[in-house]
Design a protein around this ligand. Structure first.
Ligand SMILES: C[S@@+](CC[C@H](N)C(=O)[O-])C[C@H]1O[C@@H](n2cnc3c(N)ncnc32)[C@H](O)[C@@H]1O
Length: 251
């Protein structure tokens, strides 16, 4: 596939806000998928308004932070571990978003924010790296979100949790750390069981999660089974922060 053909595939009529952005910029700064499609899809099930403080947790190269600030006027704290704030600041300034996007370095278990600071948290293709422990939300993350605040999650995972073994069509390329990719139902329970969140919405990008996986594999020229099947898909979910605090349940 030529470079031009790849650039054409990065523009998708299903995601009109993302289609306004330069495909070369998206490709150059990509980390795991066409992150603007994922952010746009998530934004359709969240309420994002000017003045809101949003944590873009695991923002990578801050493309989604720039996108959310530009499209919705929210103030975004672009928090990442692997990408330095200085690198992201250059990208933020080049995009003209220096008044709305603040780059920060923060490890997920030592985040430098006040309790109840954020109106919303978004995690796009990053939560699996640090958020799967049963105590992660209650001990580290939930306190940052104000009561009634929204937690928006986009993750890649199987349609259903595997029981006993990886399905044969995925087994060949399944790495041990892929077990952190979970189904939407798994994520819903992960949030609800803390008693600190209620699920507001969730689906496979409105039926588009398998197609997006395959389209990205085409762009990246991955013809392996892990990306070309009916099992693995992108999912989106929004959970509302309940008024309870983790301490309410301590014994
Ligand atoms: C696959 S990249 C996705 C980046 C971006 N959200 C996107 O979709 O392009 C995952 C990001 O999670 C971040 N991450 C991984 N482990 C982390 C941790 N323990 N604390 C904070 N961020 C972490 C990494 O720094 C990385 O940029």
């Amino acid at each position: 596939m030529t470079h031009e053909e790849k650039m054409n595939l990065l523009i998708d009529g299903k995601y009109p806000l993302s289609a306004k952005y330069d495909p070369e910029w998206i490709f150059e700064n990509k980390m795991g998928c066409q992150c603007l499609w994922l952010a746009e899809s998530l934004s359709q099930i969240m309420i994002l308004k000017p003045g809101m403080r949003v944590l873009d947790m695991g923002c990578g190269n801050a493309l989604t932070s720039i996108f959310l600030a530009k499209e919705f006027g929210v103030t975004v704290f672009a928090n990442d571990l692997w990408v330095s704030p200085s690198e992201n600041w250059d990208r933020i300034c080049s995009a003209g978003m220096e008044n709305l996007v603040i780059p920060l370095h923060g490890e997920a278990h030592a985040l430098p924010y006040a309790d109840n600071f954020f109106d919303a948290v978004v995690c796009i293709n990053s939560f699996q790296f640090y958020g799967t422990a049963d105590n992660y939300l209650s001990d580290y993350m939930a306190r940052l979100l104000r009561p009634d605040g929204q937690f928006g999650l986009v993750t890649w995972g199987p349609e259903k949790e595997f029981s006993g073994q990886v399905p044969p069509e995925l087994a060949e390329k399944w790495w041990p750390d892929f077990y952190y990719f979970h189904s939407l139902e798994w994520w819903k329970w992960h949030f609800v069981k803390t008693k600190l969140f209620s699920i507001e919405a969730g689906d496979d990008l409105q039926g588009d999660g398998v197609r997006v996986t395959r389209q990205w594999a085409k762009i990246m020229e991955k013809d392996d089974n892990t990306h070309n099947n009916e099992i693995m898909r992108w999912n989106r979910m929004v959970a509302k922060r309940n008024h309870s605090r983790a301490d309410d349940y301590r014994i």
